[in-house]
Design a protein around this ligand. Structure first.
Ligand SMILES: Cc1ncc(COP(=O)(O)O)c(C=O)c1O
Length: 401
């Protein structure tokens, strides 16, 4: 594999090139196989190269790939109806990525504010959040590293610590131009921090009291990952706006911004758009993905597998001196170590395991929702062994547990 490629230097890539995949496995150009514990960062929820998605893409590619959003397509209407019935939302804007879905949500909130006569509509966003890399979504993101070098950031955002209701109350008292609260139900990039149930329910109430929109970024938590199609469905609340991407098309790029009530009537012709968003190929992939999730009860399967993994990892690792916490919801699981562990990634790769570390010290597992029991047990064993090996290597001697 040539490492002298004319690519912009935006990723710290590992020295490996993949050319095929099958379920939980990825195959490199030298024929080595690797178990992928985070399915392309929560994207291939049905595993790599799922035959039903491949077939849907092939069939659709032979019929119509693109015709622009100046016209209707039956597939886009069908997918919009499907997503609205799954979410209890009223309508959908289709994008190509999570950042673009969030851009649509931010524009809805700003337009909603302007429609009420608010000059500088301001959205409350969270510390340690991640919403994307466009200028609005990186401003919304609560991570200094994501901002650095791209100032000036946008106006119209106020930041609160996550899971802190008092902070929201303080901001509401000092800023009369708040129009929305935007957050992830689980902060995936921010270290797998789970929003408390009481917190999210209270945010819904606060938004109702003040006439603000509640925007949930379910780009990572959505598409069945946490054990329900949307994470908010486990809490008995409904947001005004919810965004999706990642697992929506099982690898084909498609995102969605869904809105309800007043938020669904905010954008008007000409106020927003996307050339590719919701094109027939993306819609075919998303419809086939949803069909697989529903017909195979994969939300329930994610819940069962997630509970099995968390319980086994707790048994194996929680008492180890270097482990701080193990937590998760469905198949979105974090193993928080007491110290930074990014060096675990190349070590695991050398052993045929693709691991992801977020926030420097949290190993994030996002495996496919349709793993077999055997694959699940393989993952538990492999992850346990590699963490033990790393902890021993890293400190020069095995740790007492
Ligand atoms: C919660 C969340 N929102 C938004 C994004 C951005 O999505 P994309 O990379 O598709 O623009 C991500 C990506 O990691 C994410 O995890």
């Amino acid at each position: 594999m040539s490492i002298d490629q004319p690519l912009m230097n935006t990723y710290g890539r590992l020295p490996v090139a993949f050319e095929s995949g099958d379920g939980v496995w990825l195959y490199d150009t030298d024929g080595n196989k690797y178990f992928d514990t985070f399915c392309g960062i929560a994207v291939c929820g049905l595993g790599h190269s799922h035959p039903a998605i491949t077939k849907a893409l092939k069939d659709q590619a032979g019929r119509l790939v693109h015709c622009s959003n100046l016209y209707h397509t039956p597939l886009q209407s069908k997918l919009a109806q499907k997503l609205c019935s799954l979410s209890d939302m009223d309508n959908v804007f289709f994008s190509n990525s999570g950042a673009e879905a969030n851009e649509a949500a931010i524009k809805i909130a700003r337009k909603f504010g302007h429609d009420k006569g608010i000059q500088t509509p301001t959205i409350i966003v969270m510390e340690h959040s991640f919403h994307g890399r466009t200028m609005a979504t990186l401003t919304a993101t609560g991570n200094r590293k994501v901002h650095a070098g791209f100032e000036p950031l946008l106006n119209g955002f106020a930041r609160a610590p996550f899971n802190d209701l008092d902070a929201i109350k303080r901001i509401s008292e000092s800023n009369p131009e708040i129009v929305a609260i935007m957050l992830e139900p689980i902060q995936g990039e921010g270290g797998l921090t789970i929003a408390e149930e009481h917190y999210l329910k209270s945010l819904r109430e606060i938004c109702d009291q003040h006439g603000w929109l509640l925007i949930l970024d379910e780009v990572q938590t959505g598409n069945g990952r946490t054990g329900s199609y949307f994470a908010y469905q486990q809490l008995g609340i409904i947001p005004d706006v919810v965004t999706l991407a990642k697992g929506l098309g099982n690898g084909y790029p498609i995102g969605a911004c869904l809105a309800k009530g007043v938020a669904s009537n905010t954008l008007t012709p000409g106020s927003h758009g996307s050339t590719f968003g919701g094109n027939p190929l993306g819609c075919a992939a998303a419809l086939a993905t949803i069909e697989q999730i529903q017909s195979n009860n994969l939300c329930e399967r994610a819940s069962i597998l997630g509970a099995r993994i968390v319980s086994a990892l707790k048994d194996e690792l929680l008492s180890a001196s270097y482990v701080y916490d193990i937590r998760g919801s469905g198949l979105m699981i974090g193993i928080e170590l007491k110290e930074a562990c990014t060096e675990l990634v190349p070590l695991a790769k050398a052993k045929g395991l693709l691991l992801n570390v977020t926030s420097d010290n949290v190993i994030r597992l996002l495996p496919p929702l349709n793993m077999t029991d055997e694959e699940c047990d393989f993952l538990i064993d492999a992850v346990t062994q590699i963490i033990r090996l790393y902890a021993a290597d890293d400190r020069g001697k095995p740790r007492a547990e």
